[in-house]
Design a protein around this ligand. Structure first.
Ligand SMILES: Nc1ncnc2c1ncn2[C@@H]1O[C@H](COP(=O)(O)OP(=O)(O)OP(=O)(O)O)[C@@H](O)[C@H]1O
Ligand SMILES: [Mg+2]
Length: 233
């Protein structure tokens, strides 16, 4: 039997207490593990969607189906890393009921998977921004999440750490055993080159999946008249 889709969202609706509608009949499916990207203008509802999928907000209408455990990765890792050292941070993420040797094995494995081997005792404030972002991803792995919800995870990183983070999530979502499903919000169009599918969020609902390259071309065509107008003006 075919395995169930990692994520199905059906006619999702959400309004903030001030009455502002953030999502409106938002429907889509992630058909298989991989790296899936979401773009859209400011305020179109992307972050609200991730918070709903993560269970931090309750939808007003519609449904979310996923057989996977979800974990959010924020734009600013300082907003999610709470404890003083890498190992204490990961300890917090581990499921309950493990023996002490299992806990240390899991911490070791999570750090290894994100390229931070040997840094278990490092104080978090000594990590670079890129390393902190990788530690946030290690926390998601340690918590046994396999649906990663990444909200502009590279927005604050320099170009080299940006590329490292993108390659890391690409690799984790394409590994042979238990590949992750990643839903990645970005305003950096060049990142779309690495995705398995990309969609545009507009006024609270999502367009169809298309290839990252096709979407880059479509967005470049939409921007071209604006840019030539600016050059002429
Ligand atoms: N805590 C909040 N209270 C009230 N309205 C909110 C809140 N957070 C977001 N909104 C509103 O919900 C709508 C969707 O916001 P959201 O943050 O999901 O957009 P976004 O696509 O992530 O934008 P950006 O690209 O700027 O991050 C916007 O109109 C926004 O002003
Ligand atoms: Mg946002």
């Amino acid at each position: 039997m075919a395995s169930p889709a990692p994520l199905t969202v059906e006619r999702l609706g959400f309004a903030w207490p001030n009455g502002r509608t953030a999502l409106n009949h938002c429907s889509f499916q992630i058909p298989k593990p991989g790296l899936w990207m979401l773009v859209g203008s400011n305020g179109s509802g992307k972050s609200t969607l991730l918070r709903l999928i993560a269970g931090l907000l309750i939808p007003r209408s519609g449904q979310i189906h996923t057989p996977l455990k979800a974990a959010l990765v924020f734009q600013n890792p300082d907003h999610q890393l709470l404890l003083p050292s890498c190992s204490s941070e990961l300890l917090l993420a581990l499921p309950e009921g493990l023996s002490s040797s299992e806990r240390s094995d899991r911490i070791h494995t999570a750090l290894e998977q994100v390229g931070l081997s040997g840094l278990a005792q490092r104080p978090i404030h000594t990590l670079s921004g890129g390393q902190k972002q990788r530690l946030a991803i290690a926390g998601a792995l340690a918590s046994e999440a396999s649906l990663l919800l990444l909200d502009e995870p590279t927005a604050l990183l320099d170009p080299s750490s940006q590329a490292d983070a993108l390659e890391l999530v690409h690799q984790l979502s394409h590994r042979a055993e238990q590949p992750l499903t990643a839903l990645w919000i970005t305003h950096r169009l060049e990142e779309l080159q690495r995705c398995d599918g990309a969609a545009v969020m507009e006024e609270g609902h999502m367009g169809p999946w298309q290839s990252g390259k096709a979407l880059i071309q479509q967005l470049a065509r939409q921007l071209a008249p604006l840019q030539s107008g600016r050059a002429e003006g």
